[in-house]
Design a binder for this molecule. Sequence first.
Ligand code: 5GP
Ligand code: ZN
Length: 113
Amino acid sequence: MDCIFCQIIAGKAPGEILYQDEEVIAFPDINPVAPVHLLIIPRKHIPSLADLSEEESPLIGRMVNVANQLVKSEGIAESGYRLAINCGEEGGQLVPHLHMHLLGGKRLSDALG
Ligand code: 5GP
Ligand code: ZN
């Protein structure tokens, strides 16, 4: 098991788990680029968004729902936030386990690409 996110899921890597259920977990990004920078990931090792099957696609809705809960506890539900999924090399994906970034707590960059 050489996937760092699978190790976090298995409790074999240090990290504060902020949310977990049977399908999804969330924890702070180790290298935050905003005051709030959380990662929301499926427990299942799906390498990237491009590998998500149609049957698995409801997972994305669950991840968004978790994000919408976390922004309340993080106090940024009203100020605004951004969800981002990087996919593949040109999409900027570095960790090959599907994950959603939750960013907020400051005025985020207008640049998306
Ligand atoms: P990507 O570029 O793949 O979309 O984002 C990967 C993110 O994972 C980066 O923001 C990086 O800081 C974060 N990350 C990489 N390794 C670890 C780790 O071991 N623990 C945590 N909490 N975050 C990590
Ligand atoms: Zn994994």
